[in-house]
Design a protein around this ligand. Structure first.
Ligand SMILES: Cc1cc2nc3c(=O)[nH]c(=O)nc-3n(C[C@H](O)[C@H](O)[C@H](O)COP(=O)(O)O)c2cc1C
Length: 405
């Protein structure tokens, strides 16, 4: 997957070629990219936010003054939490706005606020493209560092005219994106990130233990996605049946106490992501020998004691990583519990997932999560655990982007 872990912000302008942008999104996602879309008001006359959002599997951003969006993501963060911004189709109007520094809607404000590379795929009537004003704007944008792909020569969809102005084909745009990103440094290079994954096993005796249904799939996928963005990842894994992720140093542990030790020994780090389902309790005195079933004596009584709280310990640690992310597996009151956990544990955000039987996240391949932070709750649609991992890695890269290496 050539674009694995890459975050692409796609701005859709108002033109007939917007229908080809739907295909572009599919091509980008099948190559592993996470695509987020901004649509202009005019773009929504050509394709619907519903189609775009279904294909990106994310919400679509349309309004500069949407209070929820501004609170939660906002045009500045939208423009920063991406490796590349692509405008497809780039209308004559959007080109003119950026060339003159206008920021009157979300799309143009994002373009003006970004510090990321911008790639434009213009599409317009050949006369519009040939107009001295558009020529001037293109030259200005190129001088400002904007890259272009197309337009191509050919039939125009709407007018029956032919000439230069057709948007480049989706696969040409993908190739241009790949070329741009190949030269960009990985966003997490130079960063050290600790990830925990899987369950812990708490012994009762040498053969029996207390455990939970965590499979390690989500935590391992997150470790892999972070490494894909260039981070040096240390994965501390409980007992799981999934293989160690490629390119990730993995330490295997059994118990919560061993996991705590391995995490503390790995400090300092830039970020820590605690995905493991750590057992809250262990048996007070694990027997050294197998507990025998003795006729007439009845079952043994296990006294439980609390395990170390890894998230809370690291969240309040003297060498706390800049970013601490916890997972909250809940079966009820998901958001309320996650909000309480955020405060209590000193985390920057909590990824809350529903692990009720109906939710099916434990052991399954898909996940539906909510990102709970001080600034609010971001509800992600259901997606594969790999996709959750890529998006979370993108969010982490965005947060660390403002911090000195
Ligand atoms: C049917 C139709 C097709 C259009 N196609 C294009 C086009 O391909 N390229 C373009 O630059 N403008 C096109 N326009 C004009 C833009 O939609 C218009 O300039 C709009 O204000 C652009 O807004 P935006 O840049 O915010 O998306 C078209 C308009 C209509 C009604």
């Amino acid at each position: 997957m050539t674009l694995s872990g890459k975050r692409i912000l796609l701005i859709v302008g108002g033109g007939i070629a917007a229908y080809k942008t739907l295909e572009l999104i599919r091509r980008l996602r099948e190559r592993g990219a996470a695509v987020r879309a901004v649509m202009t008001a005019a773009a929504q006359q050509f394709v619907t936010p519903l189609s775009v959002g279904t294909l990106t599997a994310d919400r679509v951003f349309t309004d500069l003054f949407d209070r929820d969006d501004e609170h939660d993501v906002g045009h500045i963060r939208l423009s920063r939490e991406a490796d590349l911004i692509i405008v497809a189709p780039a209308s004559a109007d959007l080109m003119a706005k950026l060339a003159t520094g206008l920021a009157s809607d979300l799309a143009s404000a994002v373009l003006l606020a970004t510090d990321k590379k911008v790639l434009m795929a213009p599409a317009m009537n050949p006369r519009m493209w040939d107009h001295p004003a558009t020529r001037r704007n293109r030259a200005t944008l190129a001088k400002d560092g904007v890259a272009f792909v197309g337009p191509n020569r050919g039939e125009m969809a709407e007018s029956g005219e032919a000439g230069e102005g057709r948007m480049a084909e989706p696969l040409e745009i993908v190739a241009a994106i790949e070329a741009e990103l190949a030269s960009a440094p990985a966003p997490l290079s130079g960063r050290k990130i600790i990830v925990t994954s899987g369950p812990t096993h708490e012994p009762i005796d040498p053969v029996r233990y207390i455990a939970n249904r965590s499979s390690g799939k989500q935590g391992h996928a997150i470790a892999e996605a972070l490494a894909g963005l260039g981070a040096e990842v240390l994965l501390v894994s409980g007992p799981v049946n999934v293989p160690d992720p490629a390119g990730v140093r993995t330490i295997h542990v059994e118990t919560a106490r061993a996991m705590m030790q391995a995490v503390e020994a790995a400090l300092p780090a830039d970020a820590a992501v605690f995905v493991a389902a750590v057992a809250d309790w262990r048996s007070d005195a694990a027997a050294g020998e197998k507990i025998k079933k003795v006729a007439g004596e009845g079952p043994p009584v296990l006294r439980m004691v609390e395990n170390p709280d890894i998230l809370a310990t690291i969240g309040h640690h003297a060498r706390r990583p800049y970013l601490v992310v916890g997972f909250a597996a809940e079966t009820q009151d998901l958001v309320a519990n996650a909000k309480a956990k955020l405060k209590r544990k000193g985390a920057d955000f909590i990824v809350a997932n529903d692990v009720s039987a109906e939710g099916g996240a434990m052991g399954g391949d898909r996940n539906r999560v909510r990102i709970v932070s001080k600034s609010g709750v971001d509800d992600w649609p259901e997606m594969s655990k790999q996709e959750v991992a890529r998006r979370l890695a993108a969010v982490i890269a965005g947060r660390l982007a403002t911090v000195e290496v």
